[in-house]
Structure formats: C-alpha cells, structure tokens
Design a protein around this ligand. Structure first.
Ligand SMILES: [Zn+2]
Length: 245
C-alpha cells in the first residue's frame, strides 16, 4: 500500500465538527490544489439525533463535498474518550500515516466538553508524533516519526478570540452544503426526531453569522477563525488581506 502524504489533516471529536469549524478553510485549500484529509475521533453515537451508522454515511458524503482525499473514523467513545497514552498512540499512528504539514483540531475550550478534550489530545499527539523513540506500526510496518509544523484550533460554539482568520467567502455555499449533508443533525422541517441545540434553523443562521462576523473584521464576506498556540510568521505582507477595516 502506498503512503498518501497530505498537506492538511483536520480532526474533529464528532463527525460534523470539521465541517462546522473549518469546512470553508478546507474547501479553500482544496481549491488551491492542497491534499486534505478528515479524521473523526468518534462516531458521535451519543448525539440525540441519528445513529452511528447513519452519521458515518453522512460524514462520508460531507467529506466528498469538501473534497477530502480521505476520511477516517478512529472509533473512540463519544463523551468518554480520554487524553491518555492509548488514545494518543491512535492519533500518533494516523498523523504518521498521512504526514500532514498542518493539523487542524477542535477549539481549546467549548460548550461540549469533548471539544476541549479533543483539542488537547490531538495537540499533544502531534508533538509526541515527532519523537523517534515512540514506536508505532501501521499494518505491521514500522512508521517514521513525523511532527506537523503547525497545529491550529478552529473556533466552534464559544465566542473565542482568533489569532487569525481565513477568507472563505468563495466557499461559504459549499461549506453550508457540507454541513447539511449531516441530514440527521441539522435543520430539517420534515424530521420527526427531537429538537436539539443544533437542529434549529437558527443554528444554521448562527454558523453563517459567526463567519460573517469574522469576515467583517478583515473586510471580506465570510471567514473562519483559528487559534494558534505558537507565534505565526509570514514571509511577506503580500499574504495579508488588504482591506480597510
Ligand atoms: Zn462536536
């Protein structure tokens, strides 16, 4: 089996976190020729609506809309996974498998406690993955150590201050389409399942509103916000959005 190196690997605790938090950024990266993958830690089996198998199918469809080269599910326990050695080793194995330069993961703190937990688990594993004395195998073959150069946290429910935002104006419609691919979770006037925090029409409006607010700060229509634990360097001022704000 040939190894498929990816440019960006996006992790989510639940199967819709990536679409909601950084779907537009991934679409923008794919549009410029980057290879991206999505890793869901759990199947979101504790979600009020849908079932694990329905949610897996929806996630695969959403991944296709985003243009992900791969989407895998690590099968951790929704609500109860831990940031311990066993879980870190599972994340290290998948990072070494795809050797991403950039890792995207959940918000460092959020409404759902799994999000902060996943953020720490993935960030810790991304660091440990670079240590050669931690030995892992994939399909029986020893893996080389690999440390992503950047780990960025996408902002979710809580109104956290971003360190930078990414212009997703050209990809907002596709982002919303990828979210709606999770048909069991989001607004569907024909659904007979119980209403939840995320199933109302106003939740979709909130997602658009959040992107609009981040966009407004930098003079574009829509943007997604990220937090970096490290200082970010730039090669040139040419990469900056040049709008008067
Ligand atoms: Zn989530």
């Amino acid at each position: 089996m040939t190894m498929q190196k990816l440019d960006i690997l996006a992790f989510g605790a639940h199967t819709d976190d990536v679409e909601l938090g950084c779907g537009g950024t991934l679409l923008a990266a794919v549009a410029e020729g980057k290879k991206i993958g999505i890793i869901d830690l759990t199947q979101g089996e504790l979600g009020t609506r849908g079932t694990a198998s329905v949610r897996l199918k929806e996630a695969l469809l959403a991944g296709e809309i985003i243009g992900a080269a791969v989407r895998e599910n690590l099968g951790m326990k929704d609500g109860f996974f831990l940031n311990d050695q066993a879980h870190q080793m599972a994340v290290i194995e998948i990072i070494r498998k795809y050797q991403p330069d950039i890792v995207l993961c959940n918000a460092p703190e959020d409404r759902h406690p799994d999000h902060g937990k996943a953020a720490k688990l993935v960030a810790d594993a991304a660091f440990l993955s670079g240590l050669i004395k931690i030995e892992t195998t994939h399909n029986g073959v020893a893996q080389a150590a690999w440390r992503p150069t950047h780990v960025f946290h996408y902002i979710q429910s809580r109104n956290l201050a971003p360190n930078f935002v990414v212009d997703i104006s050209a990809h907002m419609d596709q982002k919303m389409a990828s979210i709606l691919a999770h048909a069991s979770q989001f607004y569907n006037p024909n659904s007979e399942e119980p209403n939840t925090f995320i199933s109302s029409d106003s939740f979709l409006e909130f997602i658009k509103g959040r992107a609009k607010e981040f966009g407004q700060q930098v003079g574009v229509q829509y943007a997604e916000g990220f937090i970096s634990e490290k200082i970010i360097g730039i090669h040139s001022f040419d990469g900056l959005i040049q709008k008067t704000t």
